[in-house]
Design a protein around this ligand. Structure first.
Ligand code: ARG
Length: 605
């Protein structure tokens, strides 16, 4: 159904809101986009300045009192910007959907016409639902997001947790911006440690435990055999025993020995099987479980050939070395092949990138890896560049800082599901404090799990990726303050409002008459909702989840200040319906943004 809206000078329809405008090839068009176009058109008419120059100069504001959009005049290079701002403020104020223009020094602050704002934002959100805020592109581009990438038989550390959370978010964000996304997990599943693990399993392995808890069990075995190895080394018989056995097992693996491969494969596939279940608690599904083991000999040989052809390698004591200092001092020298002919982490990464380009034809590839590997990633990217791959420029390293003090009651070595279990149990304890409420929750365990996950994710995403933070159970699980549970609480509160007002259908909300909706707090809330599409685009530019988290808390705070004073229940329909429409639209925006971050919004808690 086409929604017709009659506002003042102009006639807007839901169709106009969704049409693609030629200056902006990628739709849909949102109210702030319409404002941008109206400003550029009106300003062009009075000044002759190029539309696109104006469009590019317009900025979002970080507080609502500075307008819905801001134009810093120095950016469009006018002489005497302060005087011009004052003059233009008067001339521009009655164009299109511009409701008010204020001059503040060399800035122009633009406010959307209030009626247009509400009429074009609220029904649109209710109509578009989960799609509100997204972008569609005509030529869908492809991105590969590589993230999480734990090492089999070694602990899943905080760096892997951050990579998982941030990578999951970035994948969702790319999708929302109209990209086709391949989620890839690049496991650390190759190398000498697998020889050691196989020897260890012979001594300490237990079939049943392996089936039940493969990740933990393999790790336990690995720890034990490493202790044995250390003893052996102290006693000075490292040539024969464990170490020799391990070496020969890995050699067999590298030579494709069937029996060795079979053992290794079981370790790998049981671990993956277990990981899939844990990742699903975080709402993440990988398209590809790749890994260091999956990089083919051919692509690594191709890499080595190009190294030689492009004169990149030198032989030093039988090993192949690339001297990167010729391009950048800080990059140093790197070994790409050991003297015994075995390959290395770096060479495997080069081979893997070549393969992925060939098989997946990406337009962009993102590696979500902790900042501890910053130097390594610069070396890796430089090498690809010097191999003359034109696609080397399409690779991006998304880095992040450290987490301090992550531990569980079971100790300092953390397993992903132990962290999630503990978060769930703690959330459940808090929920149980309110006996009345918890009795109404269908599946308290499941809800507690979702709240626990929210707590972990939001704690991680609250500040810029590069910042370190301290893992703090009490703070992140608090239901007050800017936490995951607080977001969930706000969402469930709005859900409960929708339930108690279910006499009013969605159709009635979409066609509400907003002409009497004037409460300043509610109007502010709608202005925030109108910003959401811009917030997504900004997050996409910075690749910072914090951009969205900050926005979410603003919405929540505004919702709670409205909720206390501006009531729906007990009001006559002509007042209740438009109010409920705004609350319902707010819930939808919360839902969309939370889902994008990786949270599953709950209906009751
Ligand atoms: N498995 C590695 C580690 O735990 C991370 C892999 C990162 N990805 C890559 N392409 N190097 O440190």
């Amino acid at each position: 159904r086409k929604l017709e809206i009659n506002i003042g000078r102009k006639r807007y329809s839901s169709k106009t809101l969704n049409t693609k405008y030629t200056d902006q090839p990628e739709g849909p068009i949102y109210p702030l986009d319409v404002l941008r176009l109206d400003i550029s058109k009106a300003l062009h008419d009075i000044s002759g300045i190029d539309h696109s120059l104006i469009l590019n100069a317009l900025e979002s504001t970080n507080s609502m009192d500075r307008g819905d959009l801001l134009l810093p005049l120095p950016k469009i290079k006018v002489a005497d910007p302060v005087a011009v701002a004052n003059r233009w403020a008067i001339e521009l104020s009655t164009h299109g959907c511009i409701g008010k223009v204020c001059a503040k020094g060399p800035f122009l602050q633009f406010f959307l016409d209030q009626r247009y704002l509400i009429q074009s934002t609220v029904p649109n959100i209710l109509l578009q639902k989960g799609k509100y805020g997204q972008k569609k592109s005509r030529h869908q581009k492809k991105v590969v997001v590589e993230f999480s990438s734990p090492n089999i038989a070694k602990p899943f550390h905080a760096g892997h947790l951050r990579s998982t959370i941030i990578g999951g978010f970035l994948s969702n964000l790319y999708e929302a911006m109209g990209w086709s996304v391949t989620r890839m997990n690049y496991l650390g599943d190759w190398g000498r440690q697998f020889g050691l693990l196989a020897v260890g399993f012979k001594r300490y392995g237990d079939e049943k435990t392996l089936q039940k808890q493969p990740i933990q069990h393999l790790f336990d075995v690995y720890v034990k055999i490493n202790m044995d190895l250390a003893k052996e080394e102290i006693n000075g018989n490292s040539k024969c025993g464990i170490s020799g056995e391990a070496r020969s097992f890995f050699k067999n693996l590298e030579n494709g020995d069937e029996n060795a491969i079979k053992i290794w494969n079981r370790f790998r596939s049981l671990s993956i099987h277990h990981y899939i279940q844990t990742y699903s608690r975080l709402n993440i599904n990988f398209d590809i479980f790749s890994g260091e083991s999956q990089v083919s000999k051919e692509s690594m040989n191709e890499a080595l050939d190009i190294f030689r052809k492009n004169n990149l390698v030198k032989e030093i004591d039988g090993a192949l070395v690339i001297d990167l200092t010729q391009w950048s001092k800080r990059l140093g020298r790197v070994v790409v092949q050991k003297s015994d002919g075995t390959t290395l982490y770096l060479t495997r990464d080069v081979g893997a990138a070549i393969e992925r380009k060939k098989n997946l034809h990406f337009d962009k590839m993102v590696y979500v890896i902790s900042s501890q590997q910053d130097l390594y990633m610069s070396q890796f990217f430089m090498i690809l560049k010097k191999m003359n791959f034109e696609w080397a420029k399409d690779l991006q390293h998304i880095n992040f800082g450290m987490v301090q003090g992550m531990s569980t009651r079971k100790g300092n070595v953390v397993f992903l599901d132990t962290i999630l279990d503990e978060a769930r149990d703690k959330a459940l304890q808090i929920m149980e404090n309110n006996k009345m409420k918890i009795s109404q929750v269908d599946n308290p365990q499941r809800v507690a799990d979702l709240i626990g996950v929210s707590a972990i994710i939001i704690q991680d995403m609250k500040s810029k990726r590069i910042n370190n933070y301290e893992f703090n159970w009490n703070r992140m699980l608090s239901f007050e303050g800017d936490t995951g549970p607080y977001l969930q609480y706000t969402h469930s509160r709005l859900r409960s409002l929708e339930r108690t007002s279910s006499d009013f259908t969605t159709d009635m909300l979409i066609h509400a008459d907003f002409s009497n909706l004037n409460e300043p707090q509610l109007v502010e809330l709608v202005r925030l909702l109108a910003q959401y599409p811009d917030v997504l685009r900004r997050a996409f530019e910075t690749q910072e989840p914090a951009t969205i988290v900050t926005y979410l808390f603003k919405v929540c705070h505004q919702v709670s200040s409205c909720y206390k004073k501006i009531w729906v229940s007990g009001k006559p329909a002509d007042i209740a319906i438009p109010r409920l429409a705004v609350y319902s639209a707010s819930r939808q925006v919360l839902h969309n943004a939370m889902s994008l971050l990786g949270l599953v919004p709950v209906d009751r808690m």
